[in-house]
Design a protein around this ligand. Structure first.
Ligand code: PLP
Length: 422
């Protein structure tokens, strides 16, 4: 199936007499007549459902759809994008370990890596994309478990050069984790460029309607854990799960099996089945929305670029954007719906612009069908120090615009009027 067909039909194939649309199994638990049947599932959970903290039929269908869209071997839905990022890292990194991450990432993820994970003994070495390969490689030690990047950094708009980080990861036998939230598999497929694990905030484009918070981890099935001294947990018995050896039990999907059995089971990151059911409906139109949102964003980026009250615009679809060539290499069918720009006159004019908007509303969100706007320095990134703000690519006059799928003439008028009236 092609991407568009997977969006619509992937993950659920009804048998004769079944509901045509994915049913919502709003149930915490599952009935089995004999103790033997249930006992078997405790040995081999993938053969059925026991309890919805661990798995649920509706959620599984949605997971299957996203795994298909990304070209992975399995996926695990979580209650939020943050819990997906957290579990994706903790599935390989424990006390005494470290990861390497680009510093230009979503503020919440930066905070998780910089402040919260160190409390669990997992440290992050932050890098910037202008560092040389040698500089990055010099940070890798025997306890380094992953390199983490976002396809396009929110909101610094730095496009990830997958080939480069994939090569470093391969050379050192380290996992490459990519947050593909803002591109989605409709525009970029990181597994085709060497990523091993993909995470999503499904809250964004996969849902697309600002209705449900959720996350997803997708296993590329393309990393050999067996025998790699960094990942002994994958090929030695797990005492918490009657001595299962994940590479034997899960095969190429060992990573996602371990994530489910250790983190979903023990930390309860599970989403509500209602949310995965709802987000699955959103994903049915993902391909159409990504196309329109990309067209609208490019048109607005061009408009902003030529406006007298705008200092600069960052959007990889613009031919003179610093990351255009890299984006052309990895993006197919558009460059996404988010752009950032600097308003002339600093922070106060950026705030005036936001106040002047009518149609486009200020919300702490992106990737909605409705266009929305935010001032990152005073909101999503306000916990960052000035130095960290600069590392994350944020300036006081920066406005983040998430372009929806409305008519472009209406959006253009709202933006032009708001700028003209500063
Ligand atoms: N990753 C990216 C790129 C994000 O933009 C966000 C949230 O904005 C997250 C992860 C966190 O996701 P959530 O808000 O669903 O927890």
């Amino acid at each position: 199936m092609k991407i568009e067909t997977i969006c619509v039909q992937g993950g659920y194939d009804p048998k004769s007499g079944d509901a045509r649309t994915l049913p919502l199994y709003q149930s915490t638990t599952y009935y089995y007549k004999t103790p033997e049947e249930l006992a078997h599932l405790f040995d081999v959970p993938k053969d059925g459902h026991i309890y919805s903290r661990i798995s649920n039929p509706t959620t599984n269908a949605f997971e299957e759809k996203i795994a298909m869209l990304e070209g992975g071997v399995g996926a695990m839905a979580t209650a939020s994008g943050m819990s997906a990022v957290m579990a994706a890292v903790m599935n390989v990194a424990h006390k005494g370990d470290n990861i390497i991450s680009l510093s230009s990432i979503y503020g919440g993820t930066f905070n998780l890596f910089k402040i919260t994970l160190p409390k669990f003994g997992v440290n992050t070495k932050f890098i910037t994309d202008d560092m040389t390969d040698e500089q990055i490689e010099s940070l890798i030690d025997e306890n380094t478990k992953a390199i983490f990047a976002e396809t396009i950094a929110n909101p610094a708009m730095i496009v990830c050069d997958f080939d480069r980080y994939a090569k470093i990861c391969k050379k050192h036998g380290i996992l490459f984790i990519v947050d593909n939230t803002l591109a989605t598999p409709c525009l970029v497929r990181p597994f085709e460029h060497g990523a091993n694990v993909i995470v999503h905030s499904t809250t964004k484009y996969l849902d697309g309607h600002a209705s449900c918070v959720g996350g997803m981890i997708v296993d590329g099935g393309n990393f050999n854990f067996r025998g790699n001294p960094r990942y002994q947990e994958f090929y030695t018995p797990d005492a918490s799960y009657h001595d299962v050896i994940y590479v034997d039990e899960g095969g190429s999907a060992a990573y996602i099996l371990k994530a489910r059995m250790q983190y979903m089971r023990d930390m309860g990151l599970s989403p509500s089945p209602f949310n995965t059911w709802f987000t699955n409906i959103g994903t049915e139109t993902l391909h159409l929305r990504m196309e329109r949102t990309s067209q609208n964003a490019l048109a607005l980026a061009k408009l902003l670029k030529s406006h007298k009250n705008v200092e600069w615009v960052l959007y990889p679809g613009l031919e003179d954007d610093k990351f255009h060539d890299i984006a052309v290499k990895y993006y197919k069918g558009g460059f996404g719906g988010m752009l950032v720009f600097g308003v002339k006159g600093g922070r106060s004019n950026a705030e005036k612009f936001i106040k002047n908007l009518n149609l486009i509303k200020q919300v702490t969100h992106i990737a909605d069908v409705r266009s929305c706007v935010l001032h990152p320095a005073s909101t999503t990134h306000r916990q960052l120090s000035d130095a960290d703000l600069i590392n994350a690519g944020i300036t006081p006059n920066m406005v983040r615009l998430s372009v929806g799928i409305e008519n472009i003439d209406d959006l253009s008028k709202d933006v032009s009027d708001a700028l003209d009236n500063i």
